[in-house]
Design a binder for this molecule. Structure first.
Ligand SMILES: [Zn+2]
Length: 328
């Protein structure tokens, strides 16, 4: 199965956009820059540069050149081997070449592999292009950690998540502790719910500290001089924006988990579990649920995610949500 089959829905979106002339100017492809995201990017580029009617044909000269990363109108950059960074000069060079007219008057594509290796100056160089993209140009940013990109970049790109369900977050610091919590669900009573809520809060607090450290480091590298009060405002805004992204990912995993519980509680053929490795635990949890209560649990988690946008202390939100998940 190739990348396109695995990500049929995302692919349909791209194909429709291409056929209706409504492609975005920039995409963030979230997945492995050597795996899912790379394969998807190559298929995307073949669609643009294929010379046949049944695009992408995979056999014409255009498709072959795309695949070899040698097509004259596809410009690839990746981190320099020593520093593991994409420098502002790399980005400026890419933008400059993208603004030149394409070889045959067609598309021009810039591809940034491991886009999370851009430092803050590179990202700022890129932002200018995202604000005023050259006509008939496409920018693809490939990364397995979109949360490391500036929110201002993400917001100007269409984001396509390619990594599959459970595998996507396995490298993050919060994934394993969160999985431990999921394994202990559902809470057996109010006290147990409170204990699990505290653990979820501790995970996210730790994430927040890590994000703030990262943002501080970025701000240290910027050229502009910032006074202390301005620094504090930027630090807080960036940290909170990224924390929101992580929170969204955390709730996505919790929802995926309960989707599996619902599948098993409904007794449907569960070949399509998102967490097939945890099937035993999921089956035990499903035994405590009816189809209705499993569905309700999903709704509770969705409601919990929505409430976080309001001004309520997060521990209170988690506590109330976990209490609603109690099964005995
Ligand atoms: Zn072709």
């Amino acid at each position: 199965m190739d990348a396109v089959d695995l990500h049929a829905e995302a692919w349909e979106g791209i194909r429709n956009g291409y056929e209706s002339g409504r492609l975005a100017h920039a995409y963030v492809l979230v997945g492995s820059p050597r795996g899912s995201a790379l394969h998807f990017a190559e298929s995307f580029l073949k669609l643009l540069f294929c010379e046949r009617a049944d695009k992408p044909c995979n056999v014409c000269k255009g498709c072959k050149q795309v695949e070899a990363h040698k097509h004259v109108d596809t410009l690839w950059i990746e981190p320099q081997s020593k520093s593991r960074q994409i420098t502002a000069d790399d980005v400026r060079g890419l933008i400059q070449r993208m603004s030149q007219t394409s070889f045959d008057g067609g598309w021009k594509a810039g591809i940034i592999l491991s886009a999370d290796c851009m430092n803050v100056n590179s990202e700022n160089a890129l932002l200018k292009t995202l604000e005023e993209p050259p006509p008939k140009s496409i920018l693809l940013l490939l990364t397995d950690s979109a949360e490391s990109l500036l929110p201002t970049i993400i917001s100007r790109c269409q984001k396509i998540v390619l990594a599959d369900g459970a595998a996507r977050h396995t490298g993050t610091e919060w994934h394993l502790p969160l999985m431990h919590i999921l394994h202990e669900l559902p809470p057996t009573g109010g006290l147990d719910a409170g204990r699990l809520a505290c653990r979820l809060k501790a995970i996210l607090d730790k994430v927040k500290v890590g994000i703030a450290d990262g943002v501080m480091e970025e701000l240290d590298q910027t050229d502009e001089a910032l006074d202390e009060s301005k620094l504090k405002v930027i630090l807080e805004a960036r940290t909170n924006a990224r924390l929101k992204e992580v929170q969204a990912d955390v709730f996505r995993v919790m929802l995926d988990w309960h989707r599996d519980v619902l599948m098993l509680a409904s007794g449907v053929d569960a070949d399509q579990l998102i967490f097939p490795d945890d099937r035993g635990t999921l089956e035990e949890q499903a035994k405590l649920h009816t189809q209705g209560s499993a569905l309700k649990a999903i709704q509770e988690i969705e409601a919990m995610a929505r409430r976080l946008d309001r001004n309520i202390p997060d521990l209170q939100i988690f506590d109330e949500a976990f209490r609603k998940l109690v099964r005995r």
